[in-house]
Design a protein around this ligand. Sequence first.
Ligand SMILES: Nc1nc2c(ncn2[C@@H]2O[C@H](COP(=O)(O)OP(=O)(O)OP(=O)(O)O)[C@@H](O)[C@H]2O)c(=O)[nH]1
Ligand SMILES: [Mg+2]
Length: 209
Amino acid sequence: MATKYTWKVCLVGDTGVGKTCVAVRFHQDRFTGTIPTIGYAFMEKTLQVDEIEHQFNVWDTAGQERYRSLARGFFRRASAMVLVYDITNSHSFQVLDKYWVRSAQRGAPENAALAVIGNKSDIDDDKRQVTEEEGSTFAQKHNAIFMEVSAKTGKNVNEFFEELARALTKTPELEFQAVGMRILNTSGQDSEASTDEKTSKNRCCSSSS
Ligand SMILES: Nc1nc2c(ncn2[C@@H]2O[C@H](COP(=O)(O)OP(=O)(O)OP(=O)(O)O)[C@@H](O)[C@H]2O)c(=O)[nH]1
Ligand SMILES: [Mg+2]
């Protein structure tokens, strides 16, 4: 039987950088209009990489300042924290170093993997405010995977998750473990369940759009 891993991946970064669009592109391979996320959205997708099955539980968090403390609550037991910026918005890049790295490190397990995505690579070069080299240097500093992607065209989105899967395979201890609890059903028999499993029943859910 093929090995199967489950990874919890949280997308974080400023509002408008395209976290939801990246998640939707990965999950449904489409690009849709979005509204700012309220709270979080959850999506699940399985990828086959090098004959290993990787189930990604992707938590798309809200970047708006008023939801930031709420977002941190979702980082617990994360296998990887993905810091997303918009290559046409230098502020969204600077704020990764100023805020999101620390926020991710505080909320997620100490050894959680870090990755960096520069989104909107489809936009013309004259609007670019962050070079690929700057993105790559920042990622190297944090020992993180780095890729420029476009949620709009789909460029590199799957490739990013494939690379993340390969990296995570080297640290199986980061695999997502649902916390079990016993619940009594109406017939009085007890059964195993977990809060995370219950959340994931819908496969894709959202507190916003
Ligand atoms: N050109 C281009 N536009 C994009 C891309 N990804 C997202 N956008 C646009 O960027 C805007 C914000 O995208 P969202 O995915 O909602 O951003 P977000 O990071 O989830 O924002 P919050 O939920 O508020 O944290 C939308 O208008 C998208 O159409 C991309 O790859 N290319
Ligand atoms: Mg969003």
